[in-house]
Design a protein around this ligand. Structure first.
Ligand SMILES: [Mn+2]
Length: 357
């Protein structure tokens, strides 16, 4: 008997523990998670209790899916017909799915064609399973981090008085691309001067000027897994105030990282960062969470924030990214990717941080 793909077997555990007949996945992230197939829309996966996991793809994806997928692949000519027929053939009565990620049209089709099926939301169960990474997932994330570090290196080498934010982003992305990144998991942010005060600034044609700081927030994707790193870089000498902001953020990040270990509340890690920024007088200027999980998606559980209910577990990979943003003036953010271990953590990203003077 062939051993089931590890990530699919983790979803199978949910099928068993919730006493379901099968789990249906239709969003590309979850389908990738169970199959390792990087698909586009119009694919679905079934994890049935009494049958091997199945990936369904349209004809145009069949050959590539057979190459990539770690679970059995079927091709369909009609999405709905294939879905309904499979659920019927496998006599699935209790079906788990992710309400959050399943279009209404699909739910309605199931309810109409198979009125006896009982649907259960397993969004949370799946998100919880996906939080903890296995060795293979971790290796992919680490490679995505190494690639992103090449992007940061290129940004650092490129940033100078007179260059546009877009030019810096283009160079960084080019560098990641030729280093093996499949895609940027989110739009690369290069935000200079007052733009740096916007945590999710849109990279623009603004020219970077001497005396400004530039926030570079970027990520790479390797074998479907992502990285997410941020550095703040000064162009020449900056104000004492900006240096103070930078020091505060650096210390806040250190404090948060020191707190990380299996068993601690994610909210307590956030608290450490916030406490440090309060000591520096910047508490009200830290306007987002301290971090988030990364994996197939750039924002996964756990949430490392004040209101988070998540407990950190060994094998989670989270970002630690405190920031200080003063409207119209400047912003500072430093972000690393960190693996939670039994007794502490391992900071996976190695890129230098001392880039503001
Ligand atoms: Mn992030």
């Amino acid at each position: 008997v062939q051993e089931m793909f590890k990530r699919a077997s983790k979803i199978m555990d949910i099928v068993l523990s919730k006493d379901l007949d099968c789990i249906l996945l239709v969003d590309i992230s979850n389908v990738f998670y169970v199959s390792d197939f990087r698909g586009y829309e119009g694919i679905f996966a079934l994890i049935p209790k009494e049958h091997d996991p199945l990936l369904f793809v349209p004809k145009l994806e069949y050959e590539r899916a057979k190459e990539e997928s770690k679970i059995h692949v079927e091709q369909y000519t009609n999405f709905s017909a294939a879905l309904i027929e499979s659920l019927r053939n496998m006599k699935c009565k209790k079906v788990g799915l992710c309400y959050k990620h399943t279009p209404h049209t699909i739910v309605n089709t199931i309810k109409t064609k198979l009125p006896n099926i009982e649907l259960t939301d397993v969004s949370e169960n799946i998100a919880n399973v996906r939080m903890v990474k296995d060795t293979d997932e971790l290796e992919r994330i680490v490679e995505a981090i190494r690639i992103a570090e090449k992007g940061l290196e290129e940004a650092l080498n490129t940033i100078t008085d007179g260059i546009s934010e877009l030019n810096v982003a283009a160079k960084a992305e080019y560098s990641m691309r030729i280093s093996g990144s499949e895609k940027t998991p989110f739009p690369t942010i290069v935000a200079s001067g007052p733009n740096a005060a916007l945590p999710h600034a849109v990279t623009s044609s603004k020219i970077v000027r001497k005396g400004e700081v530039v926030i570079v927030d970027l990520g790479a994707t390797f074998k479907g897994y992502v990285s997410d790193l941020t550095r703040t870089i000064s162009v020449g000498k900056v104000d004492g105030k900006v240096k103070d902001m930078f020091q505060a953020v650096l210390e806040a990040q250190k404090a948060a990282i020191r707190a990380i270990k299996a068993g601690i509340k994610a909210s307590d890690v956030d608290k450490e960062a916030r406490k440090t920024l309060e000591e520096y007088g910047y508490k009200e200027y830290f306007i987002h969470n301290t971090g988030h999980g990364i994996g197939v998606n750039v924002h996964e559980l756990p949430i490392v924030g004040e209101k988070s209910k998540n407990i950190l577990k060994q094998g989670m990979v989270i970002t630690v990214e405190p920031g200080v943003y003063i409207k119209g003036y400047a912003g500072i953010r430093i972000e690393d990717d960190v693996l939670v271990t039994k007794t502490g953590c391992r900071v996976l990203s190695r890129f230098k941080k001392d880039l503001v003077d």
